[in-house]
Design a protein around this ligand. Structure first.
Ligand SMILES: Cc1cc2nc3c(=O)[nH]c(=O)nc-3n(C[C@H](O)[C@H](O)[C@H](O)COP(=O)(O)O)c2cc1C
Length: 510
């Protein structure tokens, strides 16, 4: 990456926008005979089964979500804790049969249920697991060892000696095989890498908080070095970010990493490579640990002009009233139809906004609050709050009314003409002032902004389900959304949309 160059990000972002005309003219047909597998299956590696008797934690989900850093007690995760983190973030939680087969739904939402994100574990010796590099297989809830021995020093070097990676007994690396999502979404799949890993990350951070295990997201690292360690080619399949878990002493392992060549089951008869994805990913990559160390840091200031609309201070419900995250994750699913007659209370919306925006521990974000995105809302049916459009003001912990009125029709249109957007009680949009973000972080800032938004969106999902409401991620007409929220949103790119509402239930006939 040429430092602070962001031309690739602008090109990619503009080329992958949805508009009224783009969706009508693109003419992309799904080739069902060539649908990729939703799993990475290694041939010839023995599964190491993970314990399935997962102990429940006692931290209420809303509290876990709201804690950017929950008081950490554990220094290193043991195998049962790792099993719990992996299951409730990326495990299979539901199997649904349909005439053509069966879909294995997972703990976190994923565009198109295509599940293109894989998790790898790089660890020293842990209670119950020897040092190594492992792949997590959700299909049989097992790890597979790709390398034996302690390779954490490679991550420390790649991350430019980032202190939490240097002290972590275990690190999870998130990666995507682009084709598994691009089969349906083509070049837009690169955005989905961060959306779909963001929802997994939201669950993971809540579970880490519940286990009182320190966790930090690290996006500043030399991509090639990490890909090489995991045996990824960086073009078809690439690492996205890592999460340092626990706190210990720096590893003394090797930096010598022989090439891996492990056979996997082909995903489909043929694969298509999308140039836009390859170009974007390479432009946003870092060459070595020194570049990673220079890249990371505080986000740019994002001052909003003083409020001119009425302010509604958040009034969240008591967060302690919710169930533990595990129960919420097992209940979560994307709502397929909202009840247009339903409403949520302002206290519930306040809890969702509060929990989702407390902050994400990451090497490119502030210790508290949002760093690269702003939250805009279309309120359709929230008791105690006039319908209209709002922007969240973190400094005042309040929603500022931008325009009062009934916007259900526009809300449905902006969500790619899907009724879910219109029938929801509230649509929560994350928009990023991309000019500032890319000026500060270069092309890699695009990954950062998408990842923050995806993670906040994942927190919105969990918070809504913790309140026994429904939620779904939705896609959107990019420029129409920016125009709709302008002038407040001028110069912003749309990153993520989650709709929250009351799930529709068939009326029982007497
Ligand atoms: C970022 C994101 C965008 C999504 N966009 C849509 C959408 O536009 N329309 C839709 O019906 N569902 C959408 N979904 C929901 C997914 O289809 C759903 O997560 C997936 O089928 C898995 O099901 P589950 O969430 O119930 O586990 C989206 C999900 C995410 C995470």
């Amino acid at each position: 990456m040429t430092e602070r160059d962001a031309t690739a990000a602008w090109r990619y972002h503009n080329a992958t926008k949805h508009s009224y005309w783009s969706v009508r003219l693109e003419g992309h047909q799904l080739d069902w005979a060539n649908e990729p597998l939703p799993f990475k299956l290694y041939r010839g590696l023995e599964p190491i089964p993970l314990p399935r008797d997962l102990h429940a934690t006692d931290v209420p989900c809303l509290e876990a979500l709201a804690s950017a850093e929950y008081p950490a007690e554990k220094e290193a995760p043991d195998l049962p804790t790792l099993a719990s983190l992996l299951y409730f973030s990326a495990g299979i939680t539901k199997r649904v049969r349909y005439p053509g087969g069966e879909i294995y739904f997972r703990a976190a939402a994923c565009t198109g249920a295509l599940y293109h994100i894989d998790l790898y574990l790089v660890c020293g010796d842990l209670p119950g697991l020897s040092a190594g590099v492992y792949h997590f297989g959700p299909h049989d809830f097992a790890l597979r060892r790709l390398r034996a021995g302690d390779y954490r020093a490679v991550l420390v070097d790649a991350a430019g000696q980032e202190p939490t990676v240097a002290a972590a007994p275990a690190v999870l690396v998130f990666a995507s095989t682009f084709w598994r999502n691009a089969w349906k979404y083509r070049a837009r799949a690169y955005r989905h890498c961060f959306w779909d890993s963001g929802t997994i990350l939201a669950n993971l951070l809540a579970m880490a908080a519940a286990h009182r295990l320190p966790a930090k997201v690290v996006l500043g690292f030399a991509d090639g070095q990490v890909d090489h360690l995991l045996g990824l080619d960086g073009r078809r399949e690439a690492s996205l970010f890592m999460v340092a878990l626990g706190r210990g002493t720096p590893p003394a392992g090797t930096l010598q990493v022989p090439a891996l060549s492990l056979e996997t089951v082909p995903l489909s008869a043929r694969e298509v490579e999308y140039d836009e994805i390859v170009r974007m990913h390479q432009a946003a990559s870092l060459a070595d640990g020194d570049e990673a160390a220079r890249w990371r840091g505080e986000p740019p200031p994002m001052p909003l002009p003083p409020p001119s609309g009425r302010l509604y201070p958040l009034a969240p419900l008591p967060l302690s009233a919710s169930e533990p995250t595990e129960a919420v994750v097992l209940r979560r699913g994307s709502t397929r139809r909202f009840d247009r007659g339903g409403s949520i209370s302002f206290a519930e919306l306040s809890a969702v906004v509060h929990c989702a925006t407390r902050g994400i521990p990451a090497d490119f974000l502030p210790s508290r609050g949002l760093g690269l995105n702003r939250l805009f809302l279309i309120v359709n049916a929230v008791d105690g709050l006039p319908s209209g459009t709002y922007v969240y003001r973190p400094e005042a912990e309040a929603l500022e009314l931008l325009r009062e009125g009934e916007f259900r029709q526009q809300a449905g249109y902006l969500a790619l003409e899907q009724p879910l957007g219109a029938d929801a009680c509230v649509d929560l949009y994350l928009l990023s002032p991309l000019g500032r973000v890319l000026e500060r972080f270069g092309d890699r800032g695009y990954r950062a902004a998408q990842l923050e938004a995806g993670t906040v969106g994942g927190k919105v999902y969990l918070a809504a389900y913790a309140l026994r409401r429904g939620a779904t991620g939705l896609t959107f007409y990019d420029d129409d959304v920016t125009a709709f929220f302008s002038p407040a949103a001028e110069g912003h790119g749309v990153m993520f949309l989650t709709a929250v509402g009351v799930p529709w239930r068939r009326r029982v006939q007497n």
